[in-house]
Write a protein that binds this ligand. Structure first.
Ligand code: SF4
Length: 350
């Protein structure tokens, strides 16, 4: 074996079963390992009390469970939202957010360090893409949050830093760990993967028959505005996106969520609302309206009156409409605000 430790958290359950067999153990030892790592969340091999002493020694000599550590936790004074700054082994950072709202406790996971998609209104997009996270690094975020939170986590969303479908395979592998009985045992329908609209991956997701829910960031109702906000629209325009969404809802029978970040003077007039109705009527969906959390200088949140007018214009549409008010905007943990650049700059100047 090489000196680099084998990072067991990057293995799927099946890969662990296969790996232990190459070490002369039975497959069920791999299942036990998987359960210790994710369900029980132990941090040291010696705590895995049902493994043989010789296997524990071998694991201690050749393997590692250390992929990331919590560098800092900030909790919103007003809303109870907590933001975790997580340090990866190569010194890079990602952020994970815990959002308690009544009986619902949501964790928002990051899938990449930075993001290549460069949406104009998004703090993460301003960082550019640094690297993809591994499946273990993604699932490890949930282990950290679970250790911190007293309340059971009810919902998991892949809406933190990064475009999840730009790191497709590790994201699906991580979702499988969250969903696995011996992993976190979260129901597939309580796990939502979000995309800015990568059409080939939406189609792949539909073809592969995953049961996880899908959210698509729409954010504009005409191609010119959407391209200005989200350069991805140059490659796959709204018509391409709608067709891929139809393929997904038909294949999965799942309702999709269109996310619509509402920005003053950009996408919040009555014409926008009418066009949004036309788009959303073509898909089995609900629309989640998110009043903008101010990050970029060029964009502002509309006034309450304007937000209400926009919502009124959507009344009576065939699809459901929800509004997500920001949680954690005082600690820059709200949608579109995650950026470790600002965070680390502040820290270095303190
Ligand atoms: S909104 Fe999402 S896809 Fe767009 S730049 Fe930000 S993190 Fe990337």
């Amino acid at each position: 074996m090489s000196n680099t430790p084998v990072q067991l958290k990057n293995f799927s359950q099946l890969e662990l079963e296969n790996w232990v067999q190459t070490r002369g153990e039975k497959a069920f030892r791999g299942r036990q390992l998987f359960q210790w790592i994710w369900q029980k969340g132990v941090e040291e091999f010696k705590e895995m009390t049902n493994l043989s002493k010789s296997l524990i020694t071998e694991l201690e000599q050749n393997c590692s469970l250390n992929l990331s550590t919590v560098h800092q936790v900030q909790t919103s004074a007003t809303q109870g939202t907590s933001k975790f700054l997580i340090r990866l082994n190569d010194g890079k950072f990602v952020e994970t957010v815990l959002i308690p709202e009544g009986s619902r406790v949501t964790v928002c996971l990051s899938s990449q360090v930075g993001c290549a998609l460069d949406c104009d209104f998004c703090a993460t997009g301003k960082m550019g893409l640094n690297r993809n996270l591994t499946s273990g690094e993604i699932a490890d975020q949930l282990l950290h949050v679970r250790r911190f939170s007293d309340c059971p986590i009810t919902n998991i969303v892949f809406m933190g830093m990064g475009e999840p479908f730009h790191n497709y395979e590790p994201v699906i592998r991580a979702a499988d760990i969250l969903n696995a009985k011996l992993g976190f045992a979260h129901g597939a329908r309580k796990i939502t993967i979000s995309t800015s609209g990568l059409v080939p991956q939406i189609r792949q997701f539909a073809d592969e028959g995953h049961r996880y829910k899908l959210a698509v960031s729409l954010n504009a109702s005409d191609d010119t505005s959407r391209t200005q906000l989200m350069p991805v629209n140059k490659k796959w325009n709204i018509a391409d996106l709608v067709t891929a969404c139809q393929v997904y809802t038909k294949a999965s029978s799942n309702m999709l969520t269109f996310e619509y970040v509402l920005m003053a003077g950009i996408n919040d007039n009555l014409g926008d609302a009418r066009r949004l109705i036309n788009i959303a009527n073509k898909v089995f969906c609900k629309v989640n309206v998110i009043p903008y959390n101010e990050v970029a200088e060029d964009y502002q949140r509309p006034s309450k009156t304007r937000i209400n007018k926009f919502l009124e214009a959507l009344e009576g549409a065939r699809f459901g409409v929800t509004v997500r008010w920001s949680q954690g905007d005082d600690i820059d943990a709200a949608c579109g605000q995650l950026s470790t650049v600002a965070q680390l700059k502040n820290e270095n100047t303190e």
